[in-house]
Design a binder for this molecule. Sequence first.
Ligand SMILES: [Fe+2]
Ligand SMILES: [Fe+2]
Length: 288
Amino acid sequence: MARLVGTAADVCGRVPGLFPALAGSFLRGIRIMAVELYNDGRHVCLAFYDLVDEEADHAVQCNQFLIVDGDHGALIDPGGNMTYNGLLMGMQRYFPSRNLDYILASHADPDIIASLNKWMVTTRCRVLISKLWARFLPHFTTGRDYSDRIIGIPDEGMVVPLGESKIKAVPAHFMHSEGNFQFYDPVAKILFTGDMGASLIDHDVALKPVTNFDEHIPFMIGFHRRYMISNKICRFWVNMVRQLDVEMIVPQHGARFEGKVMVNRFLDWIENLQCGVDIMTQDNYRAP
Ligand SMILES: [Fe+2]
Ligand SMILES: [Fe+2]
């Protein structure tokens, strides 16, 4: 379903109205490759898996996403300062960054939104994040008043118009952040799940979809047991997701789940996982 995008001409030839290529994007001598998750000629979803050099940066691998609808675009979880240059270069091949409408932030962690100041300076985008975090975001900037460009998403979520499409910010509170949203694209039928579904693997593995769910579990289970708050919350989330038409679950770390069968494997797994406060005991709270 998804495929690697090799050349700008390849993409620009099939997506009317998209900005001409910035021929060959390179960072640290490495070619930046976007994975095309969806493309119907007008509406495009792209994933960047290789912008963090895990070895050189001693940082966890993370993914960034771009949704384009006609002349409009939104970045989802653009990341911190180490991914800014690569994402900026990589996205120009599909969409002019100066026209960016939104940054959609699942929560306020550094790997999600620490590059905020650069995006605020170089674009006129608005940032959407849980209202719990809206007043914390200025700490990622240099102090200039951006309050008219930072929009707090209410707890119940909201619909975000993007060109002719509508992206849904769906509640994912406590997975793992207290004020947490995921972004559902009804055109592509993709749910961008932030840290939910994350796996801790290298970028060259992360860009491929999960093919063997059971073999993938060891790369997810430690993270979810510690970062997700409880089984009760996971079950609420699964109940909500089962009501959506989801063809792909795309987390912000590691590999994605493609197709209804694999999406359901993940939902079935997380629905039954004991995690967070479920497994904490007094032993976890003893002064060293
Ligand atoms: Fe996080
Ligand atoms: Fe994360």
